[in-house]
Design a protein around this ligand. Structure first.
Ligand code: TXA
Ligand code: MG
Length: 457
């Protein structure tokens, strides 16, 4: 690691159901309920969590932890040395700003009002006498009410004399704030009692991690602690929105849809501020021509939804020496081991199961948090090897079938790219889905376009 000594990386299992008591505390006069977490002192899970929180608070080496979207690599957002540790461990370019995670609105408001720190801690951050203006811009109120805690990041002005370490914002005058709904993320922020800067816990350019083992694979020897809370529920990163501009923009698609945003007061005219299908072009791009992101070692070849699957000739072009190839199937493709021309087929009678992405649960309120932490990777996603014969010999195709449900595709896509990489494939052929179908689909395709070096459209 940069010529430095390797660290010993420990994976600490923490079962969210066993850390102690977690309860939503209803609030009558604010826009968000608070959360009450009482750790069970005797449980190993609570001890592990406390240990991780102590490291977050005091160490300059970042700690990986689960959120409902992807695993994050966290550090105290107010200490430069700690934040620098994130960039170092990930080898992330310093000009890419980090998202700051909060455990309560009070914590966020305190950060936004650094020059007039609140003395009255009993108000739980509510606006009181002599303190009339909520430092959170009004435009975000309906969003916070509806989608926090949850997979939504809002862009806020970084205040003068901000407590945030300058490395968090990478020189911008704004920062991204998010309140995760994962109980372990919430508990960690509360125990550490500082806002936590956390990008996804992958090595820079690699697919985001949706399980502790993904983090270990990328960052073994580079960090000390990974809190293992099982697989992530959403699977793609949060939606990033900017309400400081007019019209408001979606900077990164995620699980919250443009229609959901537009239904909020002040957000009716929300526009897409990222590149989508219509702009990305359909010509194959030369490998290596773009900045890599979300990319496994293997070359990713992305087929737009509805395109015919690759022929044997296409496959052989990427596997000239009989190497292994990966295939990620979603709605229509299936693999036939007896076909010598086109081993990847459109499933006979496969109906297009396009549906809106509204399979995600209601994100509002803390109460639903534990429910969403069910194990999310189904065994049918497991890797299936196929041997296909062709005139020049035998080819090995490793298939991961993500199924047709959009939420399951989102949950499994990064994991599938990583699994195939571990299977040492030279290229991964991916059956894309329709961006326009809904925002989870748009989020999946957004990540795949960045991962892909070749798009077949
Ligand atoms: O779901 C998530 O958001 C995950 C989990 C760990 O919370 N975090 C995550 O962080 O994806 P990261 O650092 O991998 O992505 C940060 C994104 C980047 O696209 C970055 O450009 C954008 O947020 N971002 C951060 N601060 C920004 C700012 N001030 N203005 C515009 N974009 C910003
Ligand atoms: Mg990332």
């Amino acid at each position: 690691m940069d010529g430095k000594e390797e660290l010993e990386t420990t994976v600490l299992p923490v079962d969210a159901g066993k850390i102690g008591k977690v309860a939503a505390v209803p609030s009558q006069d604010d826009i968000l309920d608070d959360l009450d977490i009482k750790l069970d002192e005797k449980s190993r899970d609570a001890t592990n969590l406390r240990f991780a929180a102590e490291q977050l608070k005091h160490s300059d080496i970042p700690v990986a932890f689960p959120t409902e979207t992807v695993y994050g690599l966290g550090a105290d957002a107010t200490r430069s040395a700690a934040v620098n540790g994130i960039y170092r461990a990930k080898q992330r370019p310093a000009d890419n700003p980090l998202i700051v995670h909060f455990g309560s609105l009070k914590q966020l408001r305190d950060l936004l009002r650094p020059s007039a720190p609140r003395r009255d801690t009993q108000t739980n951050g509510h606006v009181t006498d002599g303190d009339t203006k909520d430092p959170i811009p009004d435009i975000y109120r309906p969003l916070i009410e509806k989608f926090w805690p949850g997979p939504l990041t809002i862009i806020l002005p970084n205040p003068p004399n901000s407590p945030l370490a300058p490395e968090v914002t990478a020189g911008l005058s704004t920062f991204g704030a998010r309140m995760p709904r994962h109980v372990l993320a919430q508990a960690l922020i509360r125990l550490a009692d500082v806002p936590i800067a956390a990008p996804s816990a992958n090595a820079s350019t690699k697919p985001s991690p949706t399980a502790a083992e993904h983090v270990l694979y990328d960052l073994d020897g580079r960090i000390e602690t990974i809190v293992d809370g099982g697989p992530c529920d959403v699977g793609v990163e949060s939606t990033v929105v900017d309400g400081l501009c007019d019209p408001p923009l979606i900077l990164r698609p995620g699980g919250i849809s443009i229609d959901q945003l537009r239904s909020c007061s002040g957000w009716e005219k929300t526009q897409i501020g990222y590149k989508n299908a219509s702009e990305s072009g359909s010509k194959p791009k030369a490998p290596g021509m773009k900045y890599r992101h979300y990319s496994p070692k293997a070359l990713v070849v992305l087929y737009e939804a509805g395109k015919l699957p690759p022929t044997m000739e296409d496959l052989l072009a990427y596997s000239p020496n009989g190497g292994r190839l990966g295939v990620i199937t979603t709605r229509q493709w299936s693999i036939s081991t007896t076909a010598t021309n086109n081993p990847i087929r459109q499933r006979a009678g496969a109906e297009d199961k396009c549906r809106s992405s509204s399979t995600n649960e209601d994100f509002s309120g803390f109460a639903g948090m534990l429910k969403t932490l069910r194990p999310s990777l189904e065994s049918k996603n497991a890797l299936q090897p196929h041997r296909v014969s062709h005139s020049g010999g035998i080819m090995q195709l490793l298939q991961i079938a993500l199924g047709s449900d959009t939420a399951n595709i989102a949950r499994g896509i990064f994991s599938a790219l990583r699994e195939l990489d571990r299977g040492n494939v030279t290229a991964i052929f991916v059956e894309g889905i329709d961006d326009l179908e809904g925002d989870t689909a748009a989020a999946v395709m957004n990540r795949l376009r960045k991962a892909a070096e070749i798009e077949v459209g």
